[in-house]
Design a protein around this ligand. Structure first.
Ligand code: C5P
Length: 222
């Protein structure tokens, strides 16, 4: 059986990671959450009081930053320089700064290269913003997942509550819109649907329905 690559892109909180994880599980593929990599780097920059608007300072941080994505029973662990930062990188302080770090050219070059290494043998499901356009331009299956801002905020709200974080719906809507705007308007590999990506609007679909649709498309290509 052929091991294909699956790229899942789309705006914030569209349900990409949940569906990507499920798809990877069903196919026994590796799941790579590229957003977690940008989040881990942002977390480190904040902790080390690096000026995130300073390209040179961000660039210096890269070679000394080790980010590992480890599969675990309840999802994926994110290990930064040997420390578990899985929960910490989901906090609002990181979420609200990550798009600034992710806009840096040096940061993107490094992260894209690391991600390409992780995907070089195929058998991978990767989710992010530029997977189909920059990281895995030859992926056999490219999905672009969409949903209305209201629905995405609602989902993130539920997720926050189930994780034990405080959460405010109208605040979330604002944050999601702002993050989408910076991700779409940045100069280096902005969030855009690849020409050969299949669009799925998940506004009225359950996670299982979306996963089922993606599995069907994957099976056609394996
Ligand atoms: O997917 P997630 O919401 O965790 O991503 C966090 C942020 O990381 C995004 O808002 C975006 O700024 C950045 N990102 C990116 N390219 C990717 C994945 C994430 O720029 N491939």
């Amino acid at each position: 059986k052929k091991k294909i690559s699956i790229a899942i892109d789309g705006p914030a909180a569209a349900g990409k990671s949940t569906v990507a994880k499920l798809t990877a599980e069903k196919l026994s593929y590796v799941y790579v959450d590229t957003g977690a990599m940008y989040r881990a780097l942002t977390y480190k920059a904040i902790t080390e009081q690096v000026d995130i608007h300073n390209e040179e300072q961000l660039k210096k941080l890269l070679p000394e930053t080790k980010i590992e994505l480890k599969p675990s029973e309840n999802g994926q662990l994110v290990i930064l320089d040997g420390n578990d930062v899985t929960a910490a990188i989901r906090e609002a302080v990181v979420t609200n700064k990550v798009s600034i770090v992710a806009a840096s050219r040096a940061v993107r070059e490094e992260m894209v290269s690391r991600q390409q290494q992780l995907g070089q043998n195929g058998g991978v499901v990767m989710d992010g913003r530029d997977i189909g356009t920059s990281v895995l331009p030859k992926a056999e299956l490219k999905i672009f997942m969409l949903a209305s801002v209201e629905i995405r905020a609602q989902r993130r709200h539920q997720e926050n509550i189930s994780r034990g974080f405080s959460s405010d719906m109208s605040q979330l809507m604002k944050e999601i819109e702002l993050r989408d705007k910076s991700d779409m308007e940045r100069e280096v590999s902005p969030l855009v649907k690849a020409a050969d990506a299949i669009e799925i609007d998940t506004s009225n679909l359950s996670i299982d329905e979306v996963a089922h649709e993606i599995m069907k498309l994957a099976q056609e290509r394996i």
